[in-house]
Write a protein that binds this ligand. Structure first.
Ligand code: ADE
Length: 245
């Protein structure tokens, strides 16, 4: 199923490489994905084309004004701009949002239309969230200078899950986070390089042992760098056991 992204941004040029290179570029060329870039400044009416203003209540920085954003969203979505419609998601990229993870990427890959609003400065007039039904999404616990890079991260993560976007459809099902753990280490030829050998089991052709080895290494890696994922997995498993009793 094809997905259309509408990106509302004050820096539409930043997306040029993402829409033309790699997996996303190929998906755009093949018609699997449509990416529409909307310059927020086209929806301003003053001669400085200003999209921001000082915050009520004082404080440093500037805040995105509601008028250009409402006009841009309504221009992109028409009548449905301010209501919740099935198949349409409206997302603001902001550090205040729900954390973007693989389950959310999967969920979004089932939508037909995703409107992305890229923030800047000290954020948005909150009426944009309330009045247009935007959900806030963050790509991690750090602050970037704008929502453009996070929007690119989201687009890339969603597009590669669309059937037909990757060379091998199963490649996205066997990778980190899909089963709640990180990916196992991979090796390719040569069997020995600078004294470092590929683990014997991978050369053995014994698929059951290879599976077992990969499973153990995946758990080991996850324990070493992402103990939180294992805790989540254990909680889910205990939850399932409780459900079954
Ligand atoms: N804008 C600035 N920082 C961000 C983050 N971590 N996630 C999403 N949008 C952002």
């Amino acid at each position: 199923m094809a997905v259309r992204f509408d990106i509302i941004t004050i820096f539409p040029g930043m997306f040029s490489s993402v829409v033309s290179e790699s997996i996303v570029g190929r998906a755009v060329k093949s018609g699997l994905v449509e990416i529409n870039r909307v310059d927020l400044r086209d929806f301003t009416e003053d001669k400085h084309r200003s999209v921001d203003d000082r915050p009520y209540g004082g404080g440093p920085g500037m805040v995105f004004k509601p008028e250009p954003v409402f006009d841009a969203v309504e221009n992109v979505l028409g009548e449905v701009g301010s209501s919740a419609e099935p198949g349409i998601r409206k997302i603001i990229l902001t550090p205040q949002g729900r954390r973007l993870d693989q389950p959310l990427m999967r969920e979004l890959s089932g939508e037909s239309r995703i409107v992305l609003l890229c923030g800047h400065y000290e954020g948005f007039d909150h009426r944009i969230v309330e009045g247009l039904g935007f959900e806030e999404v963050s790509i991690g616990d750090y602050v970037l200078s704008g929502g453009e890079l996070p929007a690119m991260v989201l687009i890339d993560g969603v597009v590669r899950l669309l059937p037909g976007a990757l060379g091998h459809p199963e490649s996205s099902e066997q990778e980190s986070f899909e089963n709640g753990v990180l990916d196992f280490p991979q090796y390719t030829r040569p069997p020995e390089y600078r004294g470092m050998k590929v683990p014997e089991v991978l050369l053995s052709g014994n698929h059951a042992e290879i599976e077992q080895w990969r499973h153990e290494r995946a758990l080991e890696r996850t324990r070493a760098s992402r103990g939180d994922l294992l805790e989540k997995l254990e909680l889910q498993e205990t939850g399932q056991e409780l459900d079954n009793t």
